[in-house]
Design a protein around this ligand. Structure first.
Ligand code: KIV
Ligand code: NA
Length: 275
């Protein structure tokens, strides 16, 4: 299993870091079998697994519940868990208690937090306490309401300069990696070149040190509309719909279960029933 130091080495060696989200036992097993470098138990589970229309309603309990299942399915892969909305803002003490729960109760290896302003001292405290931290800049879904929706960030010079500054501040605070979401590829390349820690892009072009995508988006599983930056590598909605339709139809038409899927008793035993 790779550890934080290995991800720094991968950046230095120019080897891309492959990260994908997982939220339960089967998806964790599958992504481990696919030999990804890192799993993210993203709070995107609010959208793709729990059916909310943002990540705001996701709780500590939700994250712990899902991270435990992921750990059971991927014992040999580095696991990062998102700290949910408002779990790392109130005070350093609250942040430490929440960060500790996410690691201790689930067996995950690191936490991820969005943003820089107001969060840097919390990143520092987590790292000092022994909890590795991944930062997340650009489109940060937990603050989408403040950013003015889900749109590309850092397009103009001032915003781009600010993001470069924030990226450096996250690194200085002790983050060992940085997720960059939905920013121009040129800005992502610039940030990646200026940082010692690896960047992991989603909608940030090919020049980040790694890539991350949401499991359900890669596989077109349960989702129908995806962002521009998502490449659908498979569409499992189709076989799932076909399988379910066939089951429904065979039950209604008394075609299932036929003898192949049924148990029988001997004739004598059957006759004995009527004695
Ligand atoms: O929650 C999530 O899936 C994420 C990734 C999109 C980076 O934070
Ligand atoms: Na997230």
């Amino acid at each position: 299993m790779k550890l934080t130091k290995d991800f720094l080495d991968m950046k230095d060696q120019g080897k891309k870091i492959v990260m994908v989200t997982a939220y339960d036992y089967p998806s964790a097993r599958q992504v481990e079998q696919a030999e990804v470098d890192m799993i993210l138990v993203g709070d995107s589970l609010g959208n793709v697994v729990l059916g909310y229309d943002s990540t705001i309603p996701v709780t500590m309990e939700d994250m712990i519940h899902h991270a435990k299942a992921v750990k059971r399915g991927a014992r040999n892969t580095f696991i990062v868990v998102d700290m949910p909305f408002m779990s790392y803002h109130l005070s350093v003490r609250d942040t430490l208690l929440n960060g500790a729960r996410l690691i201790q109760e689930t067996g995950a290896h690191a936490v991820k937090v969005e943003g820089a302003d107001g969060v840097l001292s919390h990143i520092e405290a987590l790292v000092k306490a022994g909890i590795p931290v991944v930062s997340h800049l650009g489109l940060t879904p937990q603050s989408a309401a403040v950013l003015g929706g889900y749109k590309v960030q850092g397009k103009d010079g001032a915003a781009a300069r600010n993001m470069i500054k924030d990226a450096k501040r996250c690194q200085e605070a002790g983050a060992f990696a940085l997720v960059l979401e939905c920013i121009p590829k040129q800005l992502a390349e610039e940030i990646s070149a200026r940082l010692a820690i690896p960047t992991i892009g989603i909608g940030a072009g090919v020049d980040t040190d790694g890539q991350v995508l949401v499991y359900h988006d890669i596989l077109t599983y349960g989702v129908d509309r995806v962002a521009k930056f998502v490449k659908p590598y498979a569409n499992v909605n189709e076989p799932i719909a076909l399988g379910l339709q066939a089951y429904v139809s065979e039950v209604r038409n008394k075609l299932f279960p036929d003898d192949q899927y049924s148990f029988s008793m001997k004739k004598e035993e059957l006759e004995a029933l009527n004695e």
